[in-house]
Design a protein around this ligand. Structure first.
Ligand code: PLP
Length: 354
């Protein structure tokens, strides 16, 4: 039986994408070679990379607006360093909304002065700071749009002239927004796009080339952009599967269509958490993530039954992260509404027992 995968990643993808990816590993589109044995310089793979890059820009509404989409390696964690290496000359601002922001701050500090412009650490990151002051002399302001561990999500981005850099690893392609507000967006593939192994970077061309330091080639966005993401051997499987998922999303109707489904999933689980006294939500209501719902069980005596019922129903991966505890239901783009319904039915049955 295929399980209902509520894991925070990696990775949940549409079944048809998994199927096509599996077939391509055996043989790519009838060419007599496997996807993972063809040259990355072959016309077949060059076309795959081009399609992945153009689909990413198209879905984000950034085509023809001076942006480059790059498929790089090293995960979002390398982007913590690479963003600073390429963009931080003197001083950058960071909004600290949890574990991943803290890691980004740690790496950026190696490169220059970092101002923590706001933080929600005082309440174990259960909310998104708002109304903070943004110094005008920052090289950029770094934000984390969705805090995977804590289940909070930025709903309104700050209005500022300072360039915005955003880690969208866990909510890219899940909701509509004006992506042209950002000068650089990065996201590890392994939540909404594809298998771990590639990281999407969408960068505005005119923000590059402004720092005084010398940048090693592998860490230089301009080098990757000038080589169409083929400066070195790209992770062909991860890029191919990402391309298939982006095509799936486009065929579905793009981000607008998936956002509607994501909203329905999130409403279903949050209404249950709100109405059911057996559960309590972790994140502040106005900042709750539509991707990762974090919650606790209020009556510990019911925990064993809840866990057992979830197991019986094939629900997998809902344990909370160790720094929050409780439960976390991650509902990425490919998670069907029915799976959330099954979890919610178990939650609701538990109230009747309590
Ligand atoms: N940023 C966010 C918001 C994440 O959720 C994660 C991983 O879950 C990362 C960064 C780190 O990504 P990676 O493991 O690709 O380095």
């Amino acid at each position: 039986m295929k399980k209902h995968n509520f894991s925070a990643g990696p990775c949940i993808l549409p079944q048809e994408v998994m199927q096509k990816a599996a077939e391509a590993v055996v043989e790519l589109d009838g060419i007599g070679l496997s996807l993972i044995e063809i040259s990355h310089r072959s016309k077949e793979f060059v076309a795959i990379m081009e399609k992945a890059r153009s689909l990413a820009l198209e879905l984000l509404g950034l085509e023809g607006k001076g942006y480059q989409a790059l498929f790089l390696q090293g995960g979002a964690s390398t982007q913590f360093l690479m963003t600073a290496y390429n963009l931080l000359d003197k001083k950058a601002g960071y909004v600290n909304t949890g574990t991943w922001s803290l890691k980004a701050i740690k790496e950026a500090r190696l490169m220059g002065e970092i101002v923590e412009v706001a933080s929600s650490q005082d309440q174990n990151f259960n909310y998104i700071p708002k109304g903070y002051n943004i110094p005008k002399d920052l090289d950029y302001l770094h934000l984390t749009s969705n805090n995977t561990i804590f289940g909070t999500q930025i709903k309104e981005f700050p209005k500022t002239d300072v360039p915005l850099v955003c880690d969208m690893s866990s909510d890219i392609f899940s909701r509509q927004m004006d992506f042209s507000k950002f000068d650089l967006i990065y996201a590890g593939a392994q939540k909404n796009m594809g298998p771990a192994g590639t990281t999407l970077v969408v960068v505005k061309e005119d923000i590059l080339g402004k720092v005084s330091r010398k940048i090693p080639s592998m860490l230089d966005y301009a080098v990757h952009a000038s080589k169409d993401s083929m400066f070195n051997t790209p992770p062909v499987f991860a890029v191919y599967v990402s391309m298939l998922t982006l095509q799936w999303l486009k065929d579905l109707g793009g981000i607008a269509a998936i956002e509607e489904i994501n909203e329905r999933k999130a409403n279903l689980i949050y209404s249950e958490i709100e109405l059911n006294p057996v559960f309590s939500g972790f994140a502040a209501k106005e900042d709750r993530s539509i991707m990762n719902a974090t919650f606790n069980i209020t009556d510990e005596t019911l925990k064993e039954i809840f866990d057992e019922k979830c197991k019986e129903a094939g629900i997998s991966g809902i344990n909370g992260h160790r720094s929050v505890g409780g439960y976390r239901a991650s509902m990425y783009n490919a998670m069907p509404l029915e799976s959330v319904g099954i979890l919610v039915d178990i939650m609701s049955d538990l109230e009747k027992r309590g």
